[in-house]
Design a protein around this ligand. Structure first.
Ligand SMILES: Nc1nc2c(ncn2[C@@H]2O[C@H](COP(=O)(O)OP(=O)(O)OP(=O)(O)O)[C@@H](O)[C@H]2O)c(=O)[nH]1
Ligand SMILES: [Mg+2]
Length: 689
């Protein structure tokens, strides 16, 4: 069933799948990707994560650490379709990579561990995919492991993800004896041995169970899909073609999720997964047209090769030898040599070469058409999230959301002569990864690197060490604190008046400041209740901008301020001397003064920790979490896979530095944990900052 990799596809857009592989750490995303590349003929050898030989974990740190850090794009072909595949990282510190990937995907495969079921990070990425409206199918992996069970994994999908699982396979054999599946649509068996897959009739011993499950699938589909229901009522059974069509519809609306299973590591279950990707997940033509701003007005652009060009920058790889920019083309066609506009930056760039990203080598193509994901050489400055478009038809696509960095470290070059090289290296790193930020501390003069977590920063610093051979000193990690309002003020009047010759400035504003509703709520809301046009609309907007300026440093310690609502209640203008600038300045100083009058409190980031530990270590682990100011959640400890106990707790991020080492030693290396952001909580007085 292997297709010829050199077969040249001049496929229509309907044959294209932009697909992401999503899951919790270690569920097997990279291994699934690797098997897909092998089966589609994109590679000639199966790579292994633990041997550091996979295509998508190509970075030396990924290979050393055995985890995916950077989302990687790779293209392959299956059954006359082309698949652009993005293997994403599972670790929470790199979830911005996932967010950026989701922005440009049309569909995804969510991979689950058949022993652990739905894990916290799979739940988080599932929610993210919901927000982006990305249709998914589920692959329950690692069916070969001791304790693996498809049915329990499916139940956890139903319970934790609140979706209706549509299970289309029945496993043949358990754990070590897992050899194949019964395809419940065709009612045929698929059995794998070594490199080959054999199709045959359903084994007699499984026939009854297979029929029962087929019936269950029909019932579930009939409940959700009108055409299927009609056939279900009129005929003895729903035919395979009707089922397939219904499953495709339900996948696209998200009303149900098709569940397949297998063992990527043992090469079992990947062919049907590829068939399902092609059958159920949408092409670029099946998803709604992209929306963007044209002269400030929202417009839709269809995935039409003849329309004006518009693309979103997904990723940038800036290496010493050049800059590779990954684009998702949403409309139009780009050709080698074209000039395109970076709509946000207002700068034009030239497309040097266009590459299709393949496993073994990249191949040059003449053009990139709507729907495709390609890599481009020659762009000098476009950053991830930028829109590139035809200069004659500017369009600004919404950039992916970038999370606020929560952890920072001071970095310095150990040799003072390296200071400039370090600054350049940091600047380049930030260009590639918008979830990193660099600033100079105004008090200490130190260079401070901020990111999504301890591992994120460790990887960033190590990358500079490796790529540039720089000797770098790194300070202790610090969490990013916030300030919030606990008791507001009302009727704060601020007058900004300068009328001593020349162009004057005149702005009066009156503000109310209140905490945002909800404990630990973050964000900023602004409104105006000014009546009778006492403050014209453009000045109201200027006041809002001024307030946003003031949020950058709060009165307690210069931390960003969040979780408040500001209302402009009154103001006054001067016929000649009022301007947007005057009102922006007034807004800034007014809020700054108001915040000094408010009761404020420091907030620190907290995370939800899920630790899986051996039973005899539970007491010690709970005690340790308490000492770290952790609050163990309701159903404190539940029994997880393999007799391990799963503990969930909310812990301040500041207390978690170095926790990996501690947990390992407390559990003789058997305990593992993952975290996910759980917002902010009031910090104890005297919190580090
Ligand atoms: N037993 C078994 N092990 C598997 C299977 N699939 C993957 N693994 C192993 O599980 C480990 C993690 O696999 P990866 O493919 O790196 O998982 P991942 O989801 O890409 O991990 P991150 O990218 O770090 O989130 C590796 O040691 C794999 O060899 C499987 O089907 N069965
Ligand atoms: Mg991986």
């Amino acid at each position: 069933m292997r297709t010829n990799p050199h077969h040249h596809l001049t496929e229509p857009l309907t044959g294209l799948r932009n697909l992401g592989i999503l899951a919790h750490v270690d569920a097997g995303k990279t291994t699934v990707t690797e098997r897909i590349l092998y089966l589609t003929g994109a590679t000639y050898k199966r790579g292994e994560v633990h041997e550091g030989t996979t295509v998508t974990d190509f970075d030396s740190q990924e290979r050393d650490r055995g985890i995916t850090i950077f989302a990687a794009v790779v293209s392959c072909a299956w059954d006359g379709h082309r698949i652009n595949l993005i293997d994403t990282p599972g670790h929470v510190d790199f979830s911005d990579e996932v967010e950026r990937s989701l922005r440009v995907l049309d569909g995804a495969v969510a991979v689950f561990d058949a022993v652990a079921g739905v894990e916290p990070q799979s739940e988080s990425v599932w929610r993210r995919a919901d927000r982006h409206g990305v249709p998914r199918i589920a692959f329950v992996n690692k069916l070969d492991r001791a304790g693996a069970d498809l049915d329990t994994a499916v139940e956890s999908i139903r319970e934790r993800l609140h979706v209706t699982p549509l299970v289309v396979q029945l496993p043949i054999g358990r754990e070590d004896g897992f050899t194949g599946v019964v395809d419940l649509l065709t009612m045929r068996s698929l059995v794998w041995a070594g490199d080959s897959m054999a199709e045959g009739p359903v084994p007699g011993s499984l026939l009854e169970e297979a029929r029962r499950r087929r019936r269950l699938l029909e019932e579930t589909v009939a409940e959700l899909h009108p055409t299927a229901l009609e056939e279900f009522c009129a005929e003895p059974e729903i035919s395979a073609p009707t089922l397939t069509a219904a499953l495709r519809d339900l996948t696209r609306t998200g009303e149900g999720v098709v569940v397949l299973c297998g063992s990527a590591y043992r090469d079992r279950g990947i062919e049907p997964l590829l068939d399902a990707i092609v059958a159920y997940l949408p092409s670029p033509l099946d998803v709604p047209p992209v929306r963007g701003l044209q002269d400030g007005v929202e417009v839709a652009r269809a995935a039409d090769p003849e329309a004006p060009f518009a693309a979103l920058v997904v990723k940038v790889n800036a290496t010493a030898t050049g800059r590779l920019t990954y684009l998702r083309v949403y409309s139009g066609t780009a050709r080698k040599g074209d000039t395109v506009l970076d709509a946000g930056a207002g700068r034009t760039e030239r497309i040097g070469r266009i590459l299709r990203v393949r496993a073994e080598r990249h191949t040059e193509v003449e053009r990139a058409v709507a729907g495709d994901i390609v890599a481009v050489v020659g762009l000098k400055a476009a950053r991830p999230g930028a829109t590139l478009c035809a200069p004659a038809a500017p369009l600004l696509l919404e950039p992916p959301v970038v999370a606020d960095p929560v952890v920072s470290v001071a970095v310095e070059a150990r040799r003072s002569t390296d200071a400039e090289r370090l600054a350049t290296a940091l600047a380049r790193l930030v260009e590639e990864d918008p979830s990193l930020a660099v600033r100079t501390d105004s008090e200490t003069g130190q260079t401070v690197l901020s990111g999504m977590g301890e591992l994120h920063l460790e990887v960033a610093v190590e990358k500079i060490r490796r790529d540039r051979g720089l000797d770098i000193g790194v300070g202790r990690p610090q969490v990013a604190l916030r300030e919030t309002v606990v008791r507001g003020v009302s009727g704060l009047l601020y007058r900004h008046v300068k009328q001593d010759g020349g162009a004057g400035q005149y702005a009066h504003v009156v503000l109310d400041v209140r905490p945002l509703d909800g404990d630990g709520a973050t964000g900023f809301a602004f409104g105006s209740t000014v009546v009778g046009g006492r403050v014209p609309r453009e000045y109201v907007r200027a006041v809002e901008a001024g307030c946003r300026d003031a949020l950058a440093d709060g009165p307690l310690g210069g931390h960003p301020v969040t979780g408040l609502r500001v209302t402009l209640t009154d103001g006054a203008t001067h016929a000649k001397d009022s301007s947007e600038l005057a009102f922006r300045t007034a807004g800034r100083f007014a809020l700054r003064e108001a915040l000094r009058a408010c009761a404020m409190v420091l907030l620190e980031p907290v995370v939800e920790v899920t630790a899986t530990v051996p039973e005899d270590a539970v007491g010690g682990v709970l005690g340790d979490l308490a000492a770290r100011r952790g609050r163990v959640s309701g159903s404190a400890a539940r029994t997880g896979p393999g007799g391990m106990v799963v503990i969930t707790a909310t812990v301040p991020l500041a207390e978690l530095f170095g926790y990996a080492t501690r947990l390992r030693s407390r559990t003789q290396g058997r305990g593992t944990f993952t975290t996910r952001p759980a917002g902010y909580a009031p910090a104890p007085s005297g919190a580090a900052g």
